[in-house]
Design a binder for this molecule. Structure first.
Ligand SMILES: *[C@@H]1O[C@H](CO)[C@@H](O)[C@H](O)[C@H]1NC(C)=O
Ligand SMILES: *[C@@H]1O[C@H](CO)[C@@H](O)[C@H](O)[C@H]1NC(C)=O
Ligand SMILES: *[C@@H]1O[C@H](CO)[C@@H](O)[C@H](O)[C@H]1NC(C)=O
Ligand SMILES: *[C@@H]1O[C@H](CO)[C@@H](O)[C@H](O)[C@H]1NC(C)=O
Length: 563
């Protein structure tokens, strides 16, 4: 695998995607921009046409050929003489074989903060490797593995973080495991697990590391998994069933309800669509589109939807509306699906912006006395609850990302800034500097209570990423260093109160610095998301330009396509 050129090719739509450096180079001369921002194939077409044009065109052509020769020398043609020797996943790939296959390179950390984050990643990885290798997650206090999917979750979820942090040795260990031991036919896998969690963590992890390295091993695994995940979509409603047994290849609804969760059925489309784009096989994308259409076609309350959906009819169910648990990433993926498909499908944008306007109208409030803006919940028609899950903090970054593509909608950035500030306070006001899982807000201007209230049941911290994720967007979209400084404070709190001799642990009490009560769990998303977003936040430039990349809801970067 060649790794010497820092740009990637979108295999489905052969458009060359420049990196920041390439882009600078690319836009240096406006006239050249048009030519060099093309795929190699388009460039070749242009070479032919231009050679027949006037002297002026000829001058442009000379400049252009200089650039294009730089690109074409990296194109590797890999024709395979016999299709019959190939596995099905390889045959699907053949339409892409005349294009360059290369990875993206990440250099070493550039500053003290990034080095500290990488050290944290090393510490987490080393403990996992020592005590839980090949199992899903580490119990860092008892120093033993825990099993969930039976698929080496921490390895698959964290491998792109290892790669981005240039932890080559650890990356190679992870790659080797995925190549040799990732296996859905072992007994550990023989149980029902969340279709959504497997999609965002395992399929998302495989797809993103495939895009970063262009290493076929990951595509092969992604196809094996995607083919089984597809079984969940074989329903009359078109929505995927909640749980799947990958070994036995059967799916069903949750045991406790025939309802599905809105966030779960609305947060698998980026991954399935991407799988179709890299394989050229539309079946995954068709399932994604069908399920997205079921959600789009229904009436909504100013874009807001209940957190449950009937698995039988596909209709929304109940009256609870929340941008937190069970609702959150449905909204997140509306914007990101619009971006993934090249901003060509207005339904996604319309549903997203309508939902943000619904948030403003029904859920956006200010708490006293510190004037913190927050997003509450609806427990029934017009029954407002001033409760906010830490999960909702993702919405700040999501709104800022939407603003980036519609700069005229300044209220998006305004809300994003206010919500980020509130979420930061959820951390800063606790003695440990870490946020509780859930907070309530004081709506009574007369009372003497502080704006943020915490109940005894909600004082745990699960190493969650949502605010760090938003800080990453806020810093790279506004350039305001305050977001890096807030992130650095929070990172130090994680170091102080969640770091163990071996790995990191979620904790039970953010209020007591002397007794945080580790929960004995190192969540895979701490490596996949929290540490990755810290690292990207502290990088001086955005390593994943927003017009080229989107992150799935598990922080796995996926490319943006042209349609
Ligand atoms: C890691 O960084 C080194 C030094 O910048 C570079 O040569 C190498 O290609 C990088 N590795 C990866 C996998 O990006
Ligand atoms: C889909 O379900 C139907 C019955 O509900 C079954 O006959 C069919 O084989 C299933 N298709 C796949 C691909 O599993
Ligand atoms: C954001 O906060 C500022 C300062 O408190 C306030 O003036 C503004 O109205 C808020 N914007 C929104 C959309 O709530
Ligand atoms: C409000 O609380 C502050 C301290 O938090 C206290 O000094 C003050 O007396 C209180 N005022 C009222 C009216 O309760």
């Amino acid at each position: 695998m060649k790794k010497d050129t820092p740009f990637i090719i979108d295999f489905n739509n052969p458009v060359w995607l420049p990196t920041v450096d390439e882009l600078k180079h690319c836009t240096a001369l406006p006239l050249l921009e048009f030519f060099c921002c093309r795929s190699p194939r388009q460039q070749r077409t242009w070479i032919v046409s231009l050679s027949f044009l006037s002297i002026l065109s000829l001058l442009v052509y000379i400049g252009y050929s200089k650039h294009s020769s730089k690109f074409t020398q990296h194109i590797s043609f890999e024709y395979h003489p016999s299709e019959n020797n190939k596995e099905p996943w390889q045959q699907k790939q053949r339409r892409h074989e005349n294009q360059r296959i290369e990875g993206k390179v990440f250099a070493l950390p550039t500053n003290e903060r990034q080095i500290a984050v990488r050290d944290a990643m090393r510490h987490a990885w080393k403990a996992y490797r020592t005590y839980a290798w090949g199992f899903d997650e580490l119990e860092p206090i008892s120093k033993r593995p825990s099993v969930w999917f039976g698929l080496g979750l921490t390895i698959v979820d964290a491998i792109d973080t290892l790669y981005i942090m240039n932890m080559t040795q650890e990356y190679n260990q992870a790659r080797e495991w995925i190549e040799n031991y990732f296996n859905m036919d072992v007994n550990l896998v023989d149980k029902f697990n969340s279709h959504f969690e497997i999609t965002i963590r395992i399929l998302g992890g495989l797809l993103s590391i495939y895009h970063l390295t262009m290493d076929d091993v990951f595509m092969k695994r992604a196809v094996e998994l995607g083919d089984r995940l597809l079984l969940s979509f074989n329903t009359s409603s078109g929505l995927p069933l909640a749980e799947i047994n990958l070994k036995r290849k059967i799916a069903h609804t949750y045991g406790w309800t025939s309802d599905l969760t809105t966030a779960e059925v609305g947060t698998v489309q980026l991954e399935m669509r991407d799988l179709s784009r890299i394989t050229g096989d539309n079946k995954y994308e068709n399932a994604a589109d069908r399920s997205a259409a079921v959600l789009h076609d229904q009436a909504k309350n100013d874009g807001l939807v209940p957190i449950f959906v009937s698995s039988i009819t596909g209709q929304f169910s109940g009256e609870i509306i929340s941008l937190g648990a069970r609702g959150d990433s449905y909204y997140e993926y509306l914007l990101k699906q619009w971006l993934q498909t090249g901003r060509k499908r207005p339904n996604f944008w319309n549903d997203w912006i309508e939902s943000i306007d619904g948030v403003r109208k029904h859920l956006w409030r200010v708490a006293y006395s510190e004037n913190f803006y927050f997003v509450g919940e609806l427990l029934g028609i017009s029954v407002f609850s001033p409760k906010m899950d830490h999960l909702v903090c993702f919405l700040a970054g999501n709104m800022a990302l939407g603003w980036h593509f519609r700069r005229d909608l300044t209220y998006l950035l305004d809300m994003a800034k206010n919500l980020t500030a509130t979420c930061y306070e959820m951390y800063a006001q606790q003695p440990t500097g870490l946020s509780p899982e859930i907070v309530y807000f004081n709506l009574d201007a007369e009372s003497n209570k502080s704006a943020i209230l915490v109940e005894d049941n909600d004082v745990h911290n699960l190493l969650r990423p949502e605010l760090v994720e938003s800080l990453y967007y806020m810093y790279h979209l506004t350039g305001d260093k305050i977001y890096q400084d807030w992130g650095w404070q929070i990172f130090q709190s994680f170091e102080k109160y969640t770091r163990q001799n071996d790995g990191y642990s979620s904790i039970n009490d953010v209020r007591h610095v002397d007794d945080v009560q580790p929960r004995d769990k190192m969540e895979s998303y701490f490596l996949a998301e929290t540490l990755k977003y810290f690292y990207l936040l502290f990088h001086p430039t955005n390593l994943f330009p927003f017009h080229q990349w989107i992150f799935n809801t598990e922080a796995h970067p996926l490319p943006i396509y042209t349609n």
